[in-house]
Design a protein around this ligand. Structure first.
Ligand code: GDD
Ligand code: MG
Length: 351
């Protein structure tokens, strides 16, 4: 049973990604949004059920409209009155799944990824489902290419016999600091966590009950008092509001001994920051990725994006990000573009 998490805010892609229109709902690469691409990708899995989508209440109509646009149905759209990161959302998913079917295998999928090799992804997913049936919490490990501090790191342990390539997870470290990430890369023992998880609902719920019981009690209360509204399931705000604000990676994956991982090679990218968007965009001979009406002279290795029909003209830039929208413009060196997250935090503090 596929579950798509679509409640993130994607602030590192400001000014395109906004609270009202976060990155998973934007057509960042290609004509479809990342959420639409995720739904389509999962539909390719043989016998796959329609996905459960867990999103923020503010985006309910956008989410439904985006499914309608691609002629697909979500099995259920669950609305969070406020974001509480991914652990409470996973608890909600497990409880819903168990109320529908006796102990199904669940796949939790982020909605902010690009995957190039669809067939390769589906082959890996099939192996993960088998691993989940055997009681493992399966993650996909990606060969790391740089000491990125925006990812979880997985240390591969011994192979698990008879699983077609699953390894035990010896250690899972969510978003280490830069020095630790560099050591991990040098050691060669670590992969990046792709942010997708496949498991039996009872197994994950058991681990959540063990390591983060408040996520389960609040999720249960929020579901018990949920209201059905125009076909959406809206979690009760008073209960969900008391859920711990914690990622599943920290709540469970760093602590569980049930984790297994599959080393994958399906052309994955978390389109988390402008650098990744630049890499995912077709570039010209000078290494420039250009979207919208853009003209340039003597500019190299830059990402230039103009929205709203407004012409963007740049001269003599190298390794820069320039994103121009109707009401905000970002200009930053490529290697500092991740700092936009802090800038957005400052902006929202100052109202
Ligand atoms: N429903 C819901 N509610 N979804 C959420 C929430 C929430 O409060 N917060 C985030 N999400 C969704 C996002 O929209 C995204 O699809 C997914 O959950 C993952 O959240 P991110 O906020 O994008 O996480 P991350 O990228 O920082 O880290 C995760 O993914 C990395 C790979 O992309 C972790 O799993 C890392 O370990 C991993 O390396
Ligand atoms: Mg992400």
């Amino acid at each position: 049973m596929p579950v798509i998490l679509s409640g993130g805010s994607g602030t590192r892609l400001w000014p395109l990604s906004r609270k009202a229109y976060p990155k998973q709902l934007l057509p960042l690469i290609g004509p479809e949004s990342l959420l639409q691409a995720t739904a389509r990708r999962l539909a390719g899995f043989g016998g796959a059920a329609a996905p459960i989508v867990i999103a923020n209440d503010d985006h309910r109509f956008l989410v439904r409209e985006q499914f309608e646009q691609i002629g697909m149905d979500a099995a259920q759209i669950v609305l969070e009155p406020m974001g509480r990161n991914t652990a409470p959302a996973v608890a909600v998913a497990c409880l819903i799944a168990l109320s529908r079917t006796p102990d199904p295998v669940l796949g939790i999928f982020a909605s902010d990824h690009k995957i190039d090799d669809q067939a390769g992804f589906l082959t890996c997913l099939a192996k993960a489902v088998d691993g989940a049936k055997a009681g493992h919490i399966v993650t996909f490990s990606i060969r790391p290419t740089r000491p990125d501090t925006g990812y979880g790191y997985i240390r591969h342990g011994d192979p698990i016999p008879g699983t077609g390539g699953l390894d035990k997870v010896d250690a899972f470290v969510e978003k280490p600091d830069a020095a630790t990430a560099s050591n991990y890369i040098l050691s060669g023992d670590y992969g990046w966590n792709s942010g997708m998880f496949v498991f039996r609902a009872s197994v994950m719920l058991g681990e959540l009950e063990r390591f983060c019981p408040e996520a389960v009690t609040t999720a249960r209360a929020a579901l018990d008092k949920a209201e059905e509204d125009l076909g959406f399931t809206r979690l009760a705000a008073d209960a969900f509001g008391t859920a711990p604000n914690i990622a599943i990676d920290v709540a469970v994956m760093e602590r569980t001994d049930k984790a297994a991982t599959l080393l994958t090679d399906f052309g994955w990218s978390d389109l988390g920051a402008w650098g990744a968007i630049h890499e995912a965009t077709e570039t010209n001979g000078d290494g420039n990725g250009m979207v919208g009406p853009v003209v340039q002279r003597g500019t190299t290795n830059s990402y230039l994006h103009a929205e709203d029909g407004r012409l963007l003209a740049v001269i003599g830039l190298d390794n820069m990000v320039v994103v121009s929208t109707a009401d905000a413009v970002l200009v930053a060196p490529m290697d500092r573009a991740g700092d936009v997250k802090d800038l957005v935090a400052d902006l929202s503090k100052s109202g």
